[in-house]
Every structure is written in structure tokens, then in C-alpha cells.
Design a protein around this ligand. Structure first.
Ligand SMILES: [Zn+2]
Length: 332
């Protein structure tokens, strides 16, 4: 809302917006929040920590939008792999009528990249002749996923992935997730709040927390281990199969946390281990090794994402980490 808040306050929201960013980052949620601001019957004035006016969240309009029950806030998503042409035609029919009661009607097309050329062409009509008091919001992974004729008629708004520490904060705050669980799923969610929430609800958090604590103990000791032990470590990591990359994400986050723990304690993701991290903070001379280890883990993640053989990739990684990358030793 940093960009949209001031526009809403001036009544200058463009009639077509394109929200891009990874899944679960809050694109549709932001669209609904914008609809609330534009239609609130008792908006809160700017001030008291609000840089611009905000929706009250309490009035009839706000409550109906929040509950998904407002007749003028329409959200559609693909039925199956693609939008059906009938869905887009149905939307056009609704938008040809006046809004029922809203000052600003809003139509949100989630995953707009899933439009066939026919559906996109039908939609172009609305973009070229926008109905009165109507805002169209398209959401997609990236602008390149859509036809250029669509993109050029929309005001782009890009959503950056959320920082894991902010995700953890939101999970423990608004979503009442246990703080120890929140930090682990936040590290694994790739910047997506919805992804983190889904992980937290899947009930596998214990597994990943145990993984993280195991890796935290293991990483500093790798270089003293016999090859048979290193092979066993790779084997254990490989047991997660397709999700083996998640263990690597935890290892990477732990290493990064160790580095920032003393420099920027507020950036630490694994807040539940803050004291351990501070105690273990690497000496200055180890930063070359730390950077090398993180890069080596990233390389393995890329290999896994490109469908490299899981076991081989992990064995090669574990042996490389144990060798230490040629930097100074004594990283504890
Ligand atoms: Zn309101």
C-alpha cells in the first residue's frame, strides 16, 4: 500500500492495475485492502502512525469486503488450468452494469497469466473502455507472463518477496503461530507469507526444526568427520527427497544468521536461537569461509532445482563443506 495508499487518498487510482510477484505474497489481499480504503464509510484520517488515510475495518462496507460478501468486489480465478472464455464474458456482463452500491467497484483477476488469447482479447475491451467507478486488478507472477497488449494498458505494481524476519513477525502476530515454528517456516517460505502459513499448518514444522538444530550442530564439525560419516550425513539429507533443498535453505539461513547476529541482531531470522547465535558469531577472519559456504550451498540448491541427482549433489556438497573451501579453519 506504500504506492497505492497516497493514490487512494487523492482519488487517483488507475482504472487497471497489474500486481506482480511470487505466489502468496499478498497481491489479492492488497487489492481487497485497496477496495476497503476506497469504499470505507468511516475512514481513519492520516496520523498516529498512518502516513495516509486507512479503512476502518468496522463499517458495513469494510466488513462485507473482508468477508468476501461485497457485491461490487468481484474476485475470479482460473477454473482449471485456464480462465474459461465464459468466465471473462460473465465478468464483462457484470461490469457493463452500474456498481450496486460501491463508490469504487473492484474486479480482481487472480493468476491473469492463465488467460487464453481469446480470454485476453475479450478482457482488452474493458481495458480500452473502462467502465465508470471500476478498478480492474490483475495479479500474475511477472509481467512477461501476460500479453504485451494487456500489460501496456495496466499500471504495474511489483511486490518484492517478504523478508523472512517480517514473515515470522506476521505469523506470530496476526496468525498466532508459535514463535519457534514461525521462524522455521519463514526461512523456508521463499518470501511468501501464504506459503509460510501453509507450511505452519501442514504439521511438518517439528521435522524442519529438528533438521535445523541438527544442521546447526553439524556444520561446524563437518571438517573433523571421517568420509563414512560425511556419506551418512548426505544420506540423511537425501531422505527428504524433493524437499532436500529445504534443509539447505535452513543451513544457509543459519550460517547467515551467525554472520549477522552481532552486526545486525535485528536481521536474525532464527530468533529462537538468538543467544546461541551471538555466542557462536564468527570471528572476522572467517567471513571468507562463511561467504564461500553460503555460495556452495546455493550452488547445490540450483543443481537440485535443475533436477540433478539428489544423493550425488548432496554428497558433493557435504564433502566440499567439510574441506572448508580453502579459507581459514577454526569456524566453530
Ligand atoms: Zn470502513
Amino acid at each position: 500500500m506504500r504506492i497505492l495508499g497516497p493514490l487512494a487518498a487523492r482519488g487517483a487510482v488507475p482504472h487497471a492495475l497489474l500486481f506482480t510477484g511470487i505466489d502468496g505474497i499478498g497481491k489479492a489481499t492488497t487489492a481487497r485492502a485497496l477496495a476497503m480504503v476506497l469504499n470505507c464509510q468511516a475512514p481513519l484520517a492520516a496520523g498516529e502512525g498512518r502516513p495516509w488515510p486507512d479503512a476502518c475495518g468496522q463499517c458495513r462496507s469494510c466488513r462485507r469486503i473482508a468477508a468476501g460478501l461485497h457485491p461490487d468486489v468481484i474476485q475470479i480465478q482460473p477454473e482449471g488450468t485456464f480462465f474459461k472464455i465464459s468466465q471473462i464474458r460473465g465478468l464483462l456482463d457484470v461490469l457493463a452494469l452500474k456498481p450496486y452500491e460501491a463508490r469504487y467497484r473492484m474486479a480482481i483477476l487472480c493468476d491473469a497469466q492463465a488467460m487464453t488469447a481469446a480470454a485476453a482479447n475479450a478482457l482488452l475491451k474493458i481495458l480500452e473502455e473502462p467502465p465508470a467507478r471500476t478498478i480492474l486488478v490483475l495479479t500474475a507472477g511477472g509481467a512477461s507472463d501476460l500479453l504485451p497488449t494487456i500489460v501496456s494498458r495496466c499500471q504495474p505494481v511489483r511486490f518484492a518477496p517478504l523478508d523472512p524476519s517480517r514473515i515470522a513477525e506476521r505469523l506470530t502476530g496476526a496468525h498466532a503461530v508459535d514463535a519457534r515454528d514461525a521462524v522455521v517456516v519463514a526461512a523456508l517460505a521463499g518470501g511468501s507469507l501464504a506459503g509460510a502459513l501453509a507450511l505452519a499448518r501442514q504439521g511438518a514444522v517439528d521435522h524442519w526444526r529438528r533438521r535445523r538444530d541438527w544442521l546447526a550442530r553439524l556444520l561446524p564439525e563437518l571438517e573433523h568427520q571421517a568420509p563414512s560419516v560425511l556419506l551418512a550425513v548426505a544420506e540423511e539429507l537425501a531422505r527428504d527427497g524433493k524437499r532436500a533443498g529445504d534443509s539447505l535453505e535452513l543451513a544457509k539461513t543459519w550460517l547467515r544468521d551467525r554472520f549477522v547476529a552481532t552486526l545486525r541482531p535485528e536481521w536474525v531470522v532464527f530468533g529462537d536461537r538468538r543467544e546461541d547465535l551471538r555466542r557462536l558469531a564468527p570471528a572476522e577472519r572467517d567471513s571468507a569461509r562463511w561467504i564461500w559456504q553460503i555460495r556452495r550451498i546455493q550452488q547445490a540448491q540450483r543443481d537440485l532445482a535443475a533436477n540433478a541427482a539428489v544423493r550425488l549433489t548432496l554428497e558433493s556438497l557435504v564433502f566440499d563443506l567439510a574441506r572448508g573451501g580453502g579459507a581459514s579453519s577454526g569456524c566453530n
